[in-house]
Ligand binder design. Sequence first.
Ligand code: BES
Ligand code: MN
Ligand code: ZN
Length: 512
Amino acid sequence: MTALTLSTAAAPGLRADAIVIGVAKGANGPSVAPGAEAVDKAYDGRLAGVLETLGASGAEGEVTKLPAPSGFKAPVVVAVGLGAEPDKDAGFDPEALRRAAGAAARALAGAKKAAFALPLAEAADAGVVAEGVLLGAYSFDAYKESAKETKGAKAKANGKDPLAEAALLGGKPRDKAYKAAIERAAAVAEELNRARDLVNTPPNDLNPEAFAAVAQAAAKEHGIKVQVLDEKALTKGGYGGILGVGAGSASGPRLVKLSYTSPKAKKSLSFVGKGITYDSGGISLKPAGHNETMKCDMAGAAAVFAAVVAAARLGLEVNVTGWLALAENMPSGSATRPGDVLRMYSGKTVEVLNTDAEGRLVLADALWAASQDKPDAIIDVATLTGAMMLALGSRTYGIMANDDAFRAAVHEAAEESGEPAWPMPLPEHLRKGMDSPTADIANMGERMGGGLVAGLFLREFVGEGITWAHLDIAGPAFNEGGPFGYTPKGGTGTAVRTLVRVAERVALGDLG
Ligand code: BES
Ligand code: MN
Ligand code: ZN
């Protein structure tokens, strides 16, 4: 990952490949953002005019490169759009800063070192700029052999390495709050980028067993307790949902429990992740056009895994347990059929009407398992339904819950972390669509409101009296479009930051 430091250096004398500055959209054209005073001065105070002539407007995500003024060691200035100028006395929106830093870091792929002279009015601003840089400089090239052959072992997909080094100017490197903000950003971004790697890893290399091994290694490294239930243990324990989904695959399912405990914890949280390492749909096979990106169906488990490791690295004063419900959904002679009835870990029976509604089956067992510890709250994260994508689009995830205040608190944590999310209801009338003539419940209901139907199914497997929220991240988990801000193509790491923020707030006694 990119090395990031706070620097007291003045922009002109700094040895770097580029200096990044912010440009905002003012009432009368672009305006140079605070932090870039020295750069503007070297252009005789005419930088805003120069930028306007070059076509810059200050719009979010816009990147304009220009030669640095004479006297500067760095050869290039990169002006990145911050969007509308904030009101007088107000700072820049943290997410605008994060995105701008990310867009600049992406534009600087191939460069060795860049200095970021963006507005850092407070320690929190240094934190979001650091996050933006570290998340924007991500690339996944593990499988690009042709690039390696021509450019040497370290060469990257697009022929460019991600930005190697970033120095943030204008902060207070000796100030505790600034240092803490940078350290937090680095820990969260590093784990989030690891979650992206897991999502991007092809399903022939990341099966349930391989994912469990990655979790075991990380747990060992960070002092997290880990338990892995393999097929034998799942059978013995009666985890009919996870086993039923994994039944068609040559790679058996796993349930991984990661327990981070703090001696100072007063509260406990459990995170549950859907970890379908590949979703073919099973016997209810997905048609071509719908299965090419289904390696992303373990993004919920990847987010949970990353969040638990980040909580441990940050030493948060809250107990956090992560449950990874891992299975591969494949059709075969041993696969679960539409019409089969599964006996779940909770004891309930489920008639499987569609084997492509597999996420709720593995989650049901993991939610019930998580409930046995009686945590203060459970949050599950899942690429659960195409319906949620239809409802909220590809950048926003849906939040459902059995408690209005908790849903609002999770939504607030999402907003604070820069993750677009929106509250969704669990309408009672949709429950009867899942009535089964044979079993306690069917795994499918009405087509309309399919994301909410899935939420209602999950609710039945949460222990009595436990506060629970469900994040359906099917839309934003995997970016099929081009990169934007600090979001790359492919795995995005969605929900990691929300989960970490919830854990922080619970640790501080600010939530629940
Ligand atoms: N993994 C899919 C949901 C999904 C779709 C995630 C597109 C990301 C992108 C899930 O397992 C699924 O297949 N859901 C079905 C449920 C239906 C059969 C009730 C769906 O949404 O169509
Ligand atoms: Mn499916
Ligand atoms: Zn799925």
